[in-house]
Design a protein around this ligand. Structure first.
Ligand code: NAD
Ligand code: TYD
Length: 355
């Protein structure tokens, strides 16, 4: 079967990637979607169970840092579009192990860029290299009502954001130096189904369920701008198809929350859905030592995306958080498999003979 497009999505077994793969596989049956993922601790093929048998979906287990393998994949699948999400993504891990972040996020992105450049060999007709980045590269804002704009100077503080900034610079350099048709987007904090439970919202939902302490860093006063993950995937779809080459677009929900306030909403929602009376789990809040270099406030101005490409979040936060909490409570097996380490064994056994 020949396909209209052959799109390589990296990191498709992760949190955001799995939503992007699902959206593209279902919405574009005439595109072949190649999901390339190393399946690190954060990659989980159970996130894609509902689409894994679709005829336009292919999974490849590979490391983006393996340049020869990337060359082989571009050739084998005649890749004409890349949506690059594969990365190490957790700030706390980057503080403990910065090398892995530089390796995957910087060198891995460079390896993909170079494979695209050599494979496309200057023929950039209908080609696109779309790199997914984060608002964290812009640094931290004060409580002064300002926002990150596309023109805000990069000022990363954590090893994670420094490595993402490095990868963003390489992507732009490949446009400016070799004319590669690149796009970069910087998105705010995502929440929703299939997020690995080391991140604030799924971790806290799971801990409330198990009556475990909820570790709030510092005073809980840091502010994040939260976007429902499916809305991020919708934005990626619009930008992949209609975004202007070499442009940057910020993606965010104009939805700022102090950590302690969002934690209270999560506690209230979990308690209500579990049938507990209000306040049952409040005592689990535990203030702990702050994260080193903890950025005070992130807030994204996504006006450009709205004005130029007509994208807006489809869900109000109240609706999004209700859906999210419900999903984690209804999918306890997914969570239990991860927290018990079961899924890693299951999927490595299952794919052993196929890869
Ligand atoms: P995630 O950690 O859930 O998933 C990352 C995926 O990349 C995993 O499936 C993992 O197996 C894969 N991967 C890691 N190293 C790899 C390698 N060397 N080769 C191939 N695959 C590899 O991350 P996420 O939260 O889904 O984030 C996806 C992307 O979006 C990242 O680039 C991240 O920086 C960016 N981002 C995330 C957020 C957020 O709130 N989560 C916000 C803005 C931007
Ligand atoms: P996180 O989900 O790790 O995302 P990011 O660091 O990329 O913003 O954390 C969101 C916020 O919640 C951040 O300000 C750190 C804070 N946090 C806690 O207070 N306790 C926790 O256990 C975690 C994981 C995060």
């Amino acid at each position: 079967m020949s396909f209209k497009r052959n799109i390589l999505i990296t990191g498709g077994a992760g949190f955001i990637g799995s939503h992007v793969v699902r959206l593209f596989v279902n919405k574009y049956p005439d595109y072949r979607i190649i999901n390339l993922d190393k399946l690190t601790y954060a990659g989980n093929l159970a996130n894609l169970k509902d689409i894994e048998d679709k005829p336009n979906y292919t999974f490849v287990k590979a490391d983006i840092c393996d340049f020869d393998k990337m060359m082989e994949i571009f050739k084998q699948y005649n890749i004409d579009g890349v949506i690059h999400l594969a990365a190490e993504s957790h700030v706390d891990r980057s503080i403990k192990d910065p090398f892995t972040f530089a390796q995957t996020n910087v060198m891995g992105t460079l390896s993909l860029l170079q494979a695209a450049k050599l494979s496309w060999d200057g023929d950039y007709d209908n080609k696109r290299f779309y790199h997914i980045s984060t608002d964290e590269v812009y640094g931290a804002l004060q409580f002064d009502g300002t926002f990150f704009e596309e023109t805000t100077k990069y000022d990363p503080h954590s090893p994670y954001s420094a490595s993402k900034a490095g990868s963003d610079h390489f992507v732009r350099a490949f446009h400016d130096t070799y004319g590669m048709p690149t796009i970069v987007t910087n998105c705010s904090n995502n929440y929703g189904p299939y997020q690995f439970p080391e991140k604030l919202i799924p971790l806290f939902i799971n801990n409330i369920r198990h009556k475990k302490p909820l570790p709030v860093y510092g005073k809980g006063e840091n502010v994040r701008d939260w976007l429902y993950v499916v809305d991020h995937a919708r934005a990626i779809d619009v930008i992949f198809h209609e975004g202007k080459t070499a442009e940057t677009y910020n993606i965010g929900g104009f939805n700022e929350w102090k950590n302690i306030d969002i934690i209270k909403v999560v506690i209230k929602t979990v308690d209500r859905l579990l049938g507990n009376s209000e306040g049952t789990s409040d005592h689990l809040i535990t203030y702990v030592t702050d994260r080193a270099g903890h950025d005070l406030r992130y807030a994204i101005d996504s006006t450009k995306l709205k004005t130029e490409l007509g994208w807006e979040p489809s869900l109000q936060f109240e609706e999004g958080i209700e859906k999210t909490v419900r999903w984690y409570l209804d999918n306890q097996e997914w969570m239990d498999n991860i927290t018990s380490g079961e899924y890693e064994k299951y999927y490595s056994d299952m794919y052993k003979n196929k890869l």
